[in-house]
Write a protein that binds this ligand. Sequence first.
Ligand code: BGC
Length: 803
Amino acid sequence: MKKWVKISLIGLGSLLLLALLAGLGGWLYLRSNFLFFEQDYPEPTGLSTLTIDGRTFVDRNSNGQLDPYEDGRLPLDRRAADLLAQMTLEEKIHLLKGSGMASGIGMAEPGEGIPGAVGTIVPTPRLGLPTLYLSDGPAGLRIQPDRKGEDRTYYCTAFPIATMLASTWDTDLVYGVGQAMGNEALEYGIDVILGPGANIHRHPFCGRNFEYYSEDPLLTGKLGAAMVNGIESNGVGTSVKHFVANNQETDRHLNNVLVSERALREIYLKGFEIIVKEAQPWTIMSSYNRVNGTYASQSPYLLTTILRRDWNFGGIVMSDWFGGRDAVAQIKAGNDLLEPGTNRQWKALQRGHETGALPEASIDTAARRILKLILQSRKMEGYAYQNNPDLTAHAHIARQSAAEGMVLLKNEGALPLQKGQEIALLGVTSYDFIAGGTGSGDVNEAYTVALETGLEAAGFSINPAARQWFEDHKAAHASEFVKPEGLQAMTQPYDPPEMVYADAQLKQVASEADVGIFTIGRNSGEGGDRVEQGDFLLSEQEQSLLNRACDIFRSAGKSLIVVLNIGGVIETASWKNRPDAILLAWQGGQEGGHAAADVLSGRVNPCGKLPMTFPVQLSDHASNANFPLQGGSINFLKLLMGEEIKPEAKQVRNRDFTRYEEGIYVGYRHFDKASLKVSYPFGYGLSYTRFEYGNLDVEAATDTLHLKLRVQNTGVQPGREVVQIYAAKPDANVDRPPQELKAFAKTPELEPGAATALEFHIPVADLQYWDEQQQKWMLEPGTYRLKVGASSRDIRLEKAMEL
Ligand code: BGC
């Protein structure tokens, strides 16, 4: 063999060996730090019982006596204090972090953990405390449907995305969805659902807006509280996330939000505040980002001063997954639980205690809160979950809530469809409906009902030619129709290619069918923000199809309807005049196709209204001046390893830091202030019937405003109406938005001609603004106008009040 060949082979071999060693080292590091480091803390089993006064108790520490913490009749604080006193320092520190990611990424052995549960509260075997399981997320429970060595499946219900639930403006309905979600958690052995999300839609491009409710904090807070109360009515907890100002995915793990105290208090914190005060969630999840220089999970100001002192929050704060950089600072700030937990954090806490950086008092505070949660859990009660929730009943709730969350944006006589019509379904998404967004807000559901299936089940026929073209297209692009799984799904939302139709094809279906429906689909999710081209804007192909389909169907004397199967706002102003009707069907969960058919057919009269503004153009949003507009996806390695903050000179705007220069002017607050035209305003939505508002009566008691009004259905279909109350301070001395939502209600279903009285009770304190100088809430005396609207730009009644 030639010498150079020999040298090359040796070089190559050494490189290979090095790569192998590095890979092995990396794997061992990953394994021991992130996956398996809990060997000494096995799940307690075989605990014996004690019978006292005819009642049975578990003797958790096997001492033959009933300890206060084992006695469910005693107050929670007393039991937690007893437990804490019995714990060693090592056990307490151990409790402050989860057990790693193995189960969450499906690496647990059969019988170990709950596959797909992303985090745990660790067991304390000596005291008989069990493992508690934490699992995503906002649109339904997210666990793995399959388990090694088992034939059966563990599917969960995919409910409508949070944005769609917000479009119902119905707190009772959201409570009911929460009840069903919580029941699935309980029945699958999950103790805390990682949701709901309460971040504000600051900009339409945030990839996770679908997991959040609204651009308005009151709507966010009221619906979030209903969701928390619904879930927690089952005796399982929630983790309201992401606290706070996590409004972009781009570099979320270190992005420094530079925001005024007033915008924080009035906009970004407000929804969380309402949720804490009205629902006292078991837990809150701190966000990845920094706020004015400090990681949210390391901020005593956010987690202790505001959350606990100002709002009286009594639960635990957990970090977002691998969030923050300094475990000791997190615990000291009031971030009690580090999730999913790493060996590195565990060691850092032990070292922190040894060096005096982490006082035992801080460890005790965090541990006590966690112990209270454990004691509160159904696991401690010995609840025997059966892995058998009533998925059929929950599918029904999913369908009903999706139908109520659809927003009819336009209708020029095309809807409801007439019985038995033949429909030409255009666009891939008509046949492949999107249930929800991707990432941790996704759900592993058993099925998703397509629009095609929903319409057929509702008695319509589907034009066979149009369906066949879809089948052919799918077969020709088979690989692009495979849904990404796992981590890949996070960075790469499912987005099969759209179809191209020739004019001749459109002419054919326009002559064969009675009506055409073109569904426009969008998908986004955790780990990336959206972009303008081909996402916010319709692609050229979509525009061309829309224009040609509208013209061709119109010439054939037929209607063309657009259905939007999207998770966030898209541009509508440039094309909305073309179709005869536009139904915003959002992403309605697994029953989306049935729910859309319910509304299109008129079985359900549309009654959803927009929880955000649809702007004319993106740049109309004040936040557009400071938002990462290029998209880009998450870097998991940087997230896992904790990336160093760059020196100031090297920091990139909207990635390393984002200036919230718009302050409180988010959503309609800005569009109103700047007198901008919008495509569809906040609170907007049509119905197949009409409503008239009257008899407004306003009364000011000492600390509450009482409003009463009458709403009558003056159309010909039964229906429900969402009524919104806005407050304005016309002669304000402080800079204020022209109006702000202060209350809302939805009527029961009203038959044609029927009327109902709606009542609203608005605390006077809700009219306050945050005074930056005095650092407190202030009420400006003087005249306030209370406006009753069918949307933020359709005010029907108003009255002035002196305060
Ligand atoms: C998300 C959280 C989620 C957690 C666990 C994080 O990446 O930001 O919302 O609850 O993962 O899946």
